[in-house]
Design a protein. Structure first.
Length: 234
């Protein structure tokens, strides 16, 4: 993780951008701009959270694991949210692993600072409450999706959600990494990617995925994507 020089740029994180200008300016001294690297682990499941992260164009995967099983993605955080939300709820233990799956910039804040400020900053307090609802919706809907929907539909949903949070049609990911995130075998991911590429909805080469036809990809995706997207915009 490297510090970024972009402290004075307007935030592209939607939670921070939604704050009144005066309130955001008061937060700025507590926000450290950082660059998150692909594959970087920000915290492990069970760790004490020392910082929270407000992504701008980076994406953080929330992974849960059980003994003798590979970790599976249960949620993701991009420019619509904050990683480390349990701190806001007075819980300083991480219930998931925070893994960077989309490199880019973010703002980092000390966990103790967020707890202190959110108790007094009424707008931030309200915004984080609303985001908590959005994240719960995402996690619960994704869990149902992973259980009941086809690999093709889940893959399409996952690509669309990641693209939304990066504000980009470019997604960098290897097949092996992706299979861990969507909870299916590598062969199933490869088959789904080939099917979408054959339909000219995406291009996929050497870990680089580009969405070519978003409306078409939305048609392949299950209804879970629309439900999650709606909750993101509350």
């Amino acid at each position: 993780m490297a510090k970024s020089p972009n402290q004075n740029l307007p935030p592209t994180n939607r939670l921070l951008a939604a704050l009144p200008k005066k309130e955001y300016r008061s937060l700025q001294p507590e926000l450290t701009p950082v660059t998150l690297a692909f594959g970087e682990v920000l915290y492990e499941q069970g760790d004490t959270l020392r910082h929270v992260y407000f992504p701008n164009d980076s994406v953080i995967s929330l992974l849960a694991a059980v003994p003798e099983r590979a970790a599976i993605e249960v949620g993701m955080v991009g420019n619509e949210g904050m990683a480390g939300l349990s701190v806001f709820m007075a819980i300083d233990k991480a219930s998931t692993r925070g893994l960077v799956k989309g490199e880019g910039s973010a703002f980092r804040m000390k966990a103790a600072t967020l707890r202190r400020i959110s108790n007094h900053a009424s707008s931030l307090h309200t915004i984080l409450h609303r985001y908590a609802y959005s994240l719960v919706t995402q996690i619960s809907q994704s869990s149902a999706c992973n259980r009941f929907h086809t690999a093709d539909a889940r893959f399409a949903r996952w690509l669309l959600m990641t693209s939304d949070r990066r504000s980009s049609n470019e997604v960098r990911l290897t097949q092996d990494f992706l299979s861990k995130l969507v909870g299916t075998r590598r062969e199933s991911v490869s088959k789904a990617a080939c099917a979408l590429q054959k339909e000219k909805l995406i291009s996929y080469s050497r870990g680089a995925i580009t969405i070519l036809n978003r409306p078409g990809l939305e048609e392949v995706s299950c209804t879970c994507y629309a439900i999650i997207r709606e909750s993101d915009n509350l």
